[in-house]
Design a protein around this ligand. Structure first.
Ligand SMILES: [Zn+2]
Ligand SMILES: [Zn+2]
Length: 577
């Protein structure tokens, strides 16, 4: 890449010729953004020195693979300090939310600002009504590092809600707290402690930053929501996994273990027609239950969990954090990879061939139609046949639900099942809209309740899994935090994928990650240093092309050959005028 850039630079340029020099140059810009690495014994989780051969606490050897867990952690304030130096950032953060709220005036739910959680902290001179204060959406989700090893990474990101959605999702604008690397699940009590300590201070006192204009000001930050998949949610909130009793974070329904004919078991929730969404879990009930757990622990009770709680979690000590409603029901995992996948399996999977032969016999027809579809440019994937369903990505399930399902299934399902599917498609469509009207929320909620109730009647008790149950809470989740397109794991998949892709070998993962993470922050810093006042349009265009805003557009371009797409300003003009 360096050699390529050198080709187009004028003669006598001073661009370095080697990666080594390039990295050294980058370090100048990111020295204060280098992560701290904290090592742990994977047996007893006490912290250890990198060079230790045996654990000082439990005495286990630390030399075998997988014996050491560690996490990299970056200071949130140094990253924020760097962002506040960018004029565009200052402008967006200080203006966007007010313009949005003025535009919609609470008439529609169009973004997180229209949700109950944001409004609570905005109205009546709330903390977020001050243009210098901001709020975060946290995400964590495990991703396997290499297919060949069982090591996985758990990055934690914070998005800044006050940025317009397109900017909020950009890699350079998101805050990267840290990443846990281990063959075992993260110990959130140690992993999230430094983050909690920073958030606690940012929430109560704020921090003094200097903005682009050189003005010193105080900025307070609050944690508003957490978007995680189910395993990560259980860790962050320290509650039982989705296969345990009382595992629903939004209500106190207990659920029960269901034994399948095939021998497997699942934890299922029957539809309660008298109180489908309740009894509700509240901040008060959580506090009481957690106290009981702590009491059980002190008294050495073997089964110490109470109503699904396993103990305390860091974020319960944040003043403004709404424990219950902050927890986003992620529709990527829950609906697309959950309910939609289940339905497609019931209808078309070979293992249900005899039981559901009437659907299975139409598999060929479905395949035919799927492959005939020519989607418009906003759908990035061409539909694939059911034979490839094991490779379908979450977005392909989403496309099936929202776009292809209704026209195709008309010829496959009987009227009752078809109408039932339409209830789901319709309600998810409504809840994903950019600007959901309040009567549409009502429609979506009634449709979802009907869908869950009839799921049991049409497909049987065995399919009443957690994913089906949590649909009853989905509309409330949207009421609190905004439409589904705002908070979901689709946004973070890209970020996670980026990190995983940059790690090339199992050796020295910590050093590789340190490099990647400091690099993440460099473009915006170099922009501030070199380009913020420039009038050289070509330089700005080049920067924009190289920064990640381009990635989305890049993906839409046709491949010339396998994996090769055209790039460069001529191409943009050609494709996008
Ligand atoms: Zn140990
Ligand atoms: Zn529930």
């Amino acid at each position: 890449m360096l050699r390529l850039i050198a080709c187009i630079l004028p003669h006598g340029h001073r661009l370095m010729g080697s990666l080594y020099h390039f990295k050294n140059m980058m370090k100048q810009y990111s020295s204060d953004l280098l992560p701290t690495i904290i090592y742990h014994c994977n047996n007893c989780y006490s912290s250890i020195e990198k060079s230790s051969k045996t654990c000082p606490s439990c005495g286990k050897s630390l030399t075998r693979t997988g014996a050491v867990a560690y996490f990299l952690q970056l200071k949130i304030v140094s990253q924020l300090a760097s962002l506040w130096k960018n004029s565009e950032f200052c402008d967006m953060v200080r203006n966007h939310r007010f313009q949005h709220i003025e535009k919609y005036k609470g008439r529609r739910l169009a973004d997180i600002y229209d949700g109950i959680l944001y409004q609570k902290l905005f109205r009546d001179n709330g903390v977020l009504s001050n243009a210098n204060n901001i709020s975060f959406s946290l995400n964590t989700d495990g991703a396997p590092l290499f297919k060949s090893s069982n090591i996985s990474v758990w990055p934690v990101y914070l998005l800044i809600n006050e940025l317009p959605i397109a900017h909020r999702k950009k890699r350079m604008n998101s805050l990267f707290y840290g990443v846990w690397i281990s063959s075992s699940k993260p110990q959130m009590w140690s992993f999230l402690k430094p983050l909690f300590e920073e958030l606690k201070l940012l929430e109560s006192d704020g921090h003094l930053f200097t903005d682009y204009f050189g003005e010193v000001f105080n900025c307070k930050c609050v944690l508003l929501t957490c978007t995680c998949d189910l395993p990560a949610r259980a860790l962050v909130y320290n509650c039982l996994q989705f296969n345990g009793d009382n595992s629903c974070w939004h209500c106190l329904q207990r659920g029960e273990t269901y034994k399948h004919e095939t021998g497997g078991i699942s934890h299922n929730f029957q539809y309660d027609e008298h109180d489908p969404k309740g009894p509700p879990r509240t901040k008060e009930s959580v506090n009481l239950d957690v106290d009981k757990v702590m009491d059980n622990v002190r008294r050495n009770v073997t089964q110490s969990s109470v109503n699904g709680h396993k103990g305390r979690f860091w974020f319960m000590y944040l003043e403004t954090f709404d424990y219950i409603n902050s927890c986003i029901i992620d529709y990527m995992h829950g609906v697309c990879l959950g309910v939609v996948k289940t339905l497609l399996t019931i209808w078309f999977d070979k293992k249900n061939k005899d039981k559901n032969s009437s659907f299975f016999s139409k598999r060929g027809l479905v395949n035919c139609v799927l492959q005939e579809i020519k989607p418009t440019i906003f759908v990035s994937r061409i539909p694939r046949a059911l034979d490839e369903i094991s490779h379908w990505k979450s977005s392909e399930y989403r496309n099936f639900l929202l776009y292809w399902g209704i026209p195709i299934l008309r010829y496959v399902l009987d009227m009752e099942l078809y109408t039932h599917f339409c209830l789901l498609a319709r309600s998810i469509f409504l809840l994903s809209k950019e600007g959901v009207a309040f009567d549409e929320l009502q429609t979506a909620e009634s449709a979802l309740l009907l869908f869950v109730e009839h799921f049991q009647i049409l497909y049987g008790e065995r399919y009443m899994t957690f994913n089906v149950h949590q649909l009853v809470h989905l509309t409330d989740c949207v009421r609190h935090t905004g439409p589904l397109y705002v908070n979901n794991c689709f946004i973070f998949e890209d970020l996670n994928g980026y990190i995983v892709k940059q790690i090339h070998s199992t050796q020295g993962v910590d050093t590789q990650l340190t490099n990647i993470i400091s690099m993440l922050r460099v473009p915006s810093r170099m922009y501030t240093l070199y380009l913020k006042d420039t009038t050289n349009q070509e330089a700005i265009d080049l920067y924009n092309e190289l920064s990640d805003s381009v990635t989305a557009r890049y993906k839409q371009l046709d491949e010339i050959e396998d994996g090769i797409r055209p790039l460069g300003s001529a191409t943009w003009k050609h494709y996008f005028g």
